[in-house]
Each structure stands twice: as C-alpha cells, then as structure tokens.
Design a binder for this molecule. Structure first.
Ligand code: ZN
Length: 78
C-alpha cells in the first residue's frame, strides 16, 4: 500500500467533496483508474476518524482483559 502525491488534477473521490485530490491511495497492481484519490482535508479527516475508532477498540480490549483477570483472581482463591 502506498500514499503518493498527485501531480495531475483529479476530483476527490470522497462523496460530494468538490476539492481536487492531492493524494492517491494505491495498492500494488491497482490500475490508475481504480486508485482512491483524496484531497488533504478528507485524508486528514479520515486519519482522525480512524484514530478515534482504533483508540476505542484498544479501550474495549483493555476492558475485556480486565474481565479475564477478575476470573483468574477468583480461580486463585481456591
Ligand atoms: Zn475531499
């Protein structure tokens, strides 16, 4: 996976966004026409959203681990 700066003028692929795309998200073997083209605003917004989601997931994982530890502690009582 590769994030490259665009030198050509293409419209941002994100819904109704009317900006010109500045970046292309490219997986190896993807034809140019199928690349994901995003403007810097949408890319930054996506990155921020993903960061929020991945932080939530980490917190959920910690809670689950906490639950397991409680179970382990109960086992240790015997
Ligand atoms: Zn955009």
């Amino acid at each position: 996976m590769e994030l490259k700066r665009l030198t050509v003028r293409i419209r941002c692929d994100n819904g109704v966004c009317r900006n010109n795309a500045e970046y292309a998200v490219k997986r190896s073997g993807t034809p140019v026409a199928r690349e994901l083209h995003l403007c810097s605003e949408c890319l930054a917004a996506l990155a921020a959203l993903y960061e929020g989601i991945s932080t939530e997931k980490k917190e959920d994982g910690a809670k689950k681990k906490g639950g397991k530890n409680v179970g382990t502690n109960m086992g240790n009582r015997d």
